[in-house]
Design a protein. Sequence first.
Length: 765
Amino acid sequence: MLPGNSCGAELLRTNFRKTQHFKSDSETVILKKDIPVDFDATNPIVKSPVATTATDPAQTLNRQVLRFFGYFKEGVHESPQERERVRKIVLCYFLEDDTISVSEPKQDNSGIQSQGVLVKRHQIQGITFEQLAIGADVSFYGRTFRLVDADAFTRTFLKGIGIQVPDDAEPYPADNYTDLRGKPRGPKRNPLEGGAGDTNSQGVKIKLGKTEIRATKQFLKNDRMVLRFEAYWDDTTSLYGEMRFYKIFYFLSDDTIEVTEKNSSNCGRDPFPSFVRRQKCPKPRNGQTKFVNHNASLAFDKGDSVLGAEAAAGGNFYTDSDLTIGADLLLFGRHFVIFDCDDYTRSYLAERLGVSTDDAQVQPISVERQPKKRDYPREPPPHTGFGSEEDSLVSWKHLVCNAPKKDATRFMESNNEMLKFTLKLENCDPTDEIRRFVLTYYLIDDTISIFEPVKRNSGIIGGKFLQRQRVKNATTSQYFTSKDFYVGARHTINGFKFYVESTDERSLRYVEGKSEEYPVANIDAIVCKMQAMLLSKSCGLREQFAAADRNGNGTLDFDEFCGLFEALELPVNKHEVLTVMRYFDENGDGGISYEELANKILPPGTAQTLGVDTQQSWVDIHTRLQSESEQLDQTKTALDRAESHKIATIAAYGARALLECYKSRPTLFNSTFKFAMDYSGDNKIGEEEFKQVLVDKLQLVETGTLPSVGKMTTDQLTALCSRMFTRTTRRLDLNELVKVLNGTSNHAEQNIQTIVQKRSGAIRL
């Protein structure tokens, strides 16, 4: 019960209603002070039976307001049109608490910002409702308000308490400026007909000139009609000049011209919104080749300003008749040549010239554009030797130097992935014949390291031969990639010539798994090449197969196979031969039979089936076989997509049945799957356990093609399992399985809701 450790009555209160301050304790009615006694006879609230029990006069006078209308005068000292302004006000007197408020009705376009509430509601000392009457002057806060009228309730109230109220309201004093603003204007006439037109704010009639009438007619006829032309300015004659291109806009509503420049990105020029602002552009006089601003003269003719400007400039401006394809415009000292326009402008020009849009007069003119600056090859400067080359190039490519970006996706996919090759030196030194090196290529960042194993009694100290780093190819001046290293490749690294002699099993499996990226491990491409060589009689590969068998056992080993292609000078490297040997050597004895290889690569009658001319070179035959193979691949891809869509369709129906049963009995599902997981070795469930639970325990699978409601067929179960249990997630624990059923798994393609959504597209099929 210590203070602060217990809940008081305020914290336990549940009633938060606002309490009533005016309560009736007796039947005596206490009248408000300064109110006459005979006010009871005039106030209907006091005479009501409900109000007889009230004791507070504020309750009887609640919501009773006296409203008077009046004005006050405000002096205007800086206007030649008026000396004082009459400002109308509304004065409200609240009887319940003797408060007063003054407000001024807002008037549009009056120029007065202080309109609205002038005096907020509050009590003003010395002023009561008895002092407020029609025709009375009330002064407070430095202003005198004249009351000229009141509303009906106020008149009734004042008469009830014995105050005389005039029947008519006093008029407001005259305000010359307000009367001038409200004065009706004269009758409107069409200004285009000439003669008398509209009147201004002072009521003075105005008259339009001929030029203004013509300009108004042109504006009403051609408003929002703009011609757009493509032009260029040839500035190649000046120092560092170039061909610059512009857009010329001609506004038919007022014969004005605007020119904007077409700046390419990263051109180094400021992107001004307009090269020549919208205006009338004067034409050059006869024989004039340079621009002379005639409007800069101070001597203008008298009369109309537009006519005076035209006369000062010789009365000659560019019009739409001067703008055609091939026209040369002199605008402010620059010659713009029009060579093209948009479709609307082309149709406008064809209509004006009386020709079709296909006529040569309105067709674009070919312009020999200069190559942009970004099209010029920009050679990076040579590496200074400090830091990495990528880090040094940042200061050349960007103004603000930042660290070079790294490929996060590649880091996740190629982490701990590497290729290893055995190298030997290719030189004339006999002491280097026994030396062997191990090259490791790191796929995560394309770096290379070379290590030399130690051999006893060789006299050569082994160890690290090349620290891990990126190395450039001396032939291409580009960094080495993983595709550059294969069995049989020759490269020069840091001045040493190396020959790739062999590789390990892990590297072979990696490149064969990604045969699309590594052509030397793509068995389809290699077989296609060998088919072309066997089909061509001029190649001589068939005859050399029997001669290459040096052992006479009818089989070819790796060295004999490689020597065969080297003797014929065919472009088949040792790694491609190794790929063929690994694919066709089913026994694993390191040899392959010529008859077996020829029958698999080129069965009898293949030349007649393919319709190949065997007299052609193997390169031509290979080109044809490649094109046909690409067409077959596209057809196979389309069939695979159709088959995948069919499986997704069947899986969608099975997933719908499973989802309906799971929503109706989720506890039974969880307990059954948990029981099945307890008997598994890894406490997870795979495809076989999942099928067994649905078939034996839950009995959701029926035999037949048309299952009953809430059931699925065997085909639907098989298709559903192929979607739920993928190559990366073959077994699921209980938590992940529940997420898959609820649709909250991180693997979105495995969620049951995602599989069911495929059903809408499947039904349409």
